[in-house]
Design a protein around this ligand. Structure first.
Ligand SMILES: Nc1ncnc2c1ncn2[C@@H]1O[C@H](COP(=O)(O)OP(=O)(O)O)[C@@H](O)[C@H]1O
Ligand SMILES: [Mg+2]
Length: 266
């Protein structure tokens, strides 16, 4: 494959990048829950954990010990995704021993994401959600060059520092010749509402950041997800928010998915 050739995934209809400038802003939480929300709408969904610096999707789905089946076809080893909650999952984390960070260098790092996709057997997929690594290095740029994204989502917290980095992440998708439509901004950890006081909102990380970023980028703010203990706990325990049935989180993710399927039709 030369530098300008796009990777072709004939059974995958749409690839959506979920990106952020900073780590820890909720990118994986958003990716995981959007994948599940799409699946619940009846779509065939794949979730690819391309965060080579901190793959966390296997833990969020409780499959950190799963080993993808590998079949040798000709000269190629083809991997099969792990299926959980009706979502087909592939992660760089399946190939890294726990607590052992991988040191990626140069072209190997830049090609890791495309290789992960290219060497996996995907059945028919309507939406593939790709949990991007944070930041804007060559790794992200190569992924944008090589993959045919139908759109991207920018995840941020309301803090100014997160917004600054999110702006840079957004600029990745506006590179000349590589334009990937930015479908919108998702603000995570928007506020906290104590259970006994359901009408109160505490803006722990500031207020309105997601909205400001969306206006700057001239895209919609697709949703705001409050800080909800169950959302974090569910991820830690390998459960989706749906199993915890937190109605606010479920509504927030369903609403984002509604906009997504409206903008990117299968
Ligand atoms: N809305 C939320 N409410 C509570 N905890 C959250 C929320 N969103 C994310 N978290 C927690 O914050 C941490 C960072 O989120 P994560 O999705 O891993 O971020 P990133 O992928 O951007 O590094 C995780 O422990 C996650 O469970
Ligand atoms: Mg992550």
């Amino acid at each position: 494959m030369n530098a300008f050739e796009k990777l072709s995934l004939p059974t995958v209809k749409h690839i959506i990048a979920v990106a952020s400038g900073k780590g820890g802003v909720g990118k994986s939480t958003v990716s995981a829950n959007l994948a599940i929300a799409l699946m619940r709408q009846g779509y065939k969904v794949a979730l690819v954990d391309a965060d080579i610096f901190g793959p966390s999707i296997p833990r969020m789905f409780g499959v950190e010990n799963a080993q993808p089946e590998v079949v040798t076809e000709g000269e190629k080893d083809i991997m099969f995704p792990i299926e959980k909650f009706g979502v087909k999952i592939m992660s760089i984390g399946f190939f890294i021993k726990r607590n052992q960070g991988l040191i990626w260098r140069g072209p190997m790092a830049a090609n890791a994401i495309t290789q992960l996709l290219e060497n996996t057997h995907w059945d028919e997929i309507d939406y593939m959600i790709l949990d991007f690594p944070p930041g804007t290095s060559d790794i992200q740029l190569t992924a944008v060059q090589k993959l045919n994204f139908s759109g991207s989502l920018i995840v941020t917290t309301p803090q100014e520092i997160a917004l600054n980095d999110a702006r840079k992440a957004a600029s990745l998708f506006k590179n000349k010749g590589l334009e990937v439509p930015i479908l919108g901004v998702v603000e995570d950890m928007s506020w906290f509402t104590p259970k006994p006081h359901p009408d109160e909102k505490y803006f722990i990380f500031g207020e309105g950041g997601g909205n400001r970023l969306a206006q700057e980028l001239e895209v919609p703010l697709l949703g705001q997800i409050p800080l909800i203990a169950e959302v974090g706990e569910a991820a830690d325990k390998g459960l989706s928010v749906y199993s915890q049935s937190d109605p606010i989180a479920v509504d927030a993710f369903d609403k984002i998915v509604e906009s997504l399927i409206e903008k990117v039709k299968v």
